[in-house]
Structures are given as structure tokens and as C-alpha cells.
Design a binder for this molecule. Sequence first.
Ligand SMILES: [Zn+2]
Length: 266
Amino acid sequence: MRLDYNYVTPNKNCVHNNAALSASCWRELEQYAARMTHLDLSVHSCPSRSAFLAQFLASITPLPSEEATILHAAAIAADGVLLKHGCRLLLRVPWKFVRIAPAQAANDLPHTLGDSIVLGPSFFAQAPQAQLVTLIHEKIHVFQKLLPAQAGLFIASVLGYYHSAPCPGGLRQVLRMRCNPDLDSRLYSRDGLWFPFEQYHVRPHSLRDASLACVRMCQGCGSPAEVSPRAADHGYRYEHPLEEMAYVVSGQLATGTLPPSSAQLL
Ligand SMILES: [Zn+2]
């Protein structure tokens, strides 16, 4: 299938053409759809996974030249910040973009699918500094997908997550867990007891109708024993270590406060 596919090459030449979605992007789009629960589908107003896939593909739009100019400038600025901090691995991650016009404005959240960063209209309405932070944040998610061992090292040694548990579809349903294409399908914890996640409100209308909760796992049988809506009480500000890494590192890069010991790993 051929689609409009817009990307900036690693040598910073801005390109937009009609190539297909990258294999990595396509594969992860299918994996994301396969993980979706009925609540994930309902916030996209889709009755089925195949309907979601069709809706996503239909939402891909060409990149207008004025947006290509904005993206080009923001990607160069982001690489400049990475260069200044010596983030050699992040600099090697290529910039690939897919521009979408989501069916619902409330679902316009930048995200990644495989090696590609998916951006909707909200990105182009941001101020330049916010665009810079968004691009670095999303590039960190691509880094996590392309170099999972290096990301895992950062997560254990810098963020202190040492435990993970599988999260089967049944558990996602029971906990009203929001599926996020930037994250893997496991639950993670620092103490092996409490695991953070984004929980949909009872009748969500969009991806934003969710809040950070925590589930305590039974240490005997490994099944959920208790859900706490106050994840901060258990030391969590983010739903997943991959998200925590993206927020913390992009924030530190933007403010010039990334510790050299962290930069070495990136
Ligand atoms: Zn993120």
C-alpha cells in the first residue's frame, strides 16, 4: 500500500514524498491495534481494530510546505541541543515523521510508531521552544524502540525501575488501562509491589480522559490485589519508565541540566 509519508532525513534535508509507511512504523501500528481494548477503540469512535487501522490510514495527510519549514527548523534545533550535550546515540536516530489529521481533535497527541514520529495539527500550533521539547521527547521514544538494551540500562541505572510484569489483555480490560503506542506492553515498578499505569475514567470520550493510578500486585499469585488512584503516594509521576525517561531527559536537555552521567548513556 502506498501512502503519503513525510520525513526529514538524518542529513537534515527536509523531504516529503509519497513513499510507503516504513516497515517499522507499519508493524507497530498493527501491534498497537492488536493491544487495544474496547475502551481504546471507543475513544477513537471505532467499532473494531480494523476500523481503527482504516481510520488511522485515512488520517495521514501530506505535509504542507510551511509545516515542512517549521519541522525542519525544529529538528535542526533539537539536534543542536543533542550535539551540545554529547548525546551521540540520540543523534544517530533518524528523523522520520508522519503527519496525521486525527478524527477527534482531543486525540491529537504526538506519539511514535516504530521509527516514525506521528504529529497532528497541535504540534504546529506550539511555540518553537515547546516544539523543540516535543521533538526531543518523541525522538527518545524512537531511541527506546531502536535501542531497547540501551534504554533498559538507563531505566534501571538512572530511574531505578527493577521489576516488570506481563500485562495480558484481560488485565488491561479489568483495570481500564489506556494503551499507549509509545510504550511496551509490560508493567514496571521500583519496589516490585506497586505498578503505575494510566487508567481511563469510567466513560472516557478521548485519550485525555484518564489519570495516573497504581496497581498493587499480590506477591503470592501475581494478580492485582488493589488499585490506588494516588500514584504519587507510591513515588510515581509517570505511567511507565519509558514515559518517565522521555519527560525527564527532554526536560533536562531543554534546560541544560542533563547530568553528564546520563548523557553518556544517550
Ligand atoms: Zn511520551
